[in-house]
Write a protein that binds this ligand. Structure first.
Ligand SMILES: Nc1ncnc2c1ncn2[C@@H]1O[C@H](COP(=O)(O)OP(=O)(O)OP(=O)(O)O)[C@@H](O)[C@H]1O
Ligand SMILES: [Mg+2]
Length: 253
């Protein structure tokens, strides 16, 4: 099957820093790929090039069979590229369900105005159904009517994931979703990611420092170091390579 995402020779330069240096990688439909590497390797910069937040100085990105170079970020989201952020972006006073409703409406272009998006007293039955399905998928049905302000960080990360899923992405970009979570929360997030990837046949590109979570969540990893892909393949095989261990643990590893 044709790749859902194909990155070819993408480069980004910030002043004297080559943040990405001819990076190429592909993700198949429904595949989960881990993007790992030390701090400053260029992982977030690569996500920015995929989601349209940053324009590479060279190379190209193809999504779902067409070039998206020059396509603005909001259109890429409509095409099916979803994203969760490293820094949490939620509205404390809205409930879990309301977060999903707003995302779902924005995605469908239901309300042209913020007033329509936020008119939460009028939820149509078919809307309700889709929202309930997402709450169920991320395991938040029992917390649906709780304001997000009352929830812990781990649960908020699930809200963010639910919100990204409301946009029915074909590819989800997750940037350090376990950051700030404890061991149990990380485990349950990894499990939910796996379930949604399989049930929705959604491809996932996961940036994550917690390598145990990566091992549980992906089919394959790509290692980035100082802007270059230095290895890719099965998790255990790649991690056993001396060059990869060196990049992580320093010379002599
Ligand atoms: N807006 C910017 N302006 C200048 N330099 C930047 C900018 N964004 C990133 N960089 C630099 O580009 C390189 C790659 O950064 P990036 O944030 O993509 O790394 P990362 O792999 O996501 O790191 P981390 O694991 O710490 O999140 C780093 O050297 C960083 O300092
Ligand atoms: Mg980063």
């Amino acid at each position: 099957m044709a790749d859902i995402l194909r990155i070819s020779e993408v480069s980004v330069r910030f002043g004297g820093i080559q943040a990405l240096d001819h990076v190429s990688l592909s993700v198949a439909p429904g595949e989960a790929v881990g993007l790992v590497g030390p701090n400053g390797a260029g992982k977030t910069t690569l996500f920015d090039c995929i989601s349209g937040r940053r324009r590479p100085s060279g190379g190209s990105v193809t999504f779902d069979g067409r070039s998206i170079d020059g396509v603005p970020g909001y259109k890429r989201a409509r095409l099916g590229i979803g994203r969760t952020f490293q820094r949490l972006e939620v509205f404390p006073e809205l409930t879990v369900r309301e977060h999903i409703i707003v995302a779902e409406r924005a995605h469908r272009g239901v309300g042209a105005l913020w007033r329509d998006l936020l008119n939460l007293s009028r939820v149509r039955p078919e809307e309700q159904e889709r929202v309930d399905a997402i709450l169920d998928l991320v395991g938040l049905d029992h917390l649906a009517d709780v304001p997000v302000a009352a929830l812990g960080l781990g649960t908020c990360r699930l809200v963010e994931l639910g919100r990204a899923l409301a946009c029915e992405p074909k590819l989800l970009l997750a940037d350090e979703p376990s950051s700030g979570l404890d061991h149990n929360e990380t485990d349950s997030l990894a499990m939910v990611l796996r379930v949604v990837q399989r049930e929705r046949a959604m491809a996932v590109l996961l940036v994550e420092h917690d390598l145990q979570m990566v091992a549980k969540s992906v089919d394959r990893i790509v290692v980035l170091d100082i802007g270059k892909v230095i290895a890719e393949g099965r998790f255990d095989e790649v991690l056993a390579q001396p060059g990869v261990r060196e990049a992580y643990l320093g010379a002599g590893a």
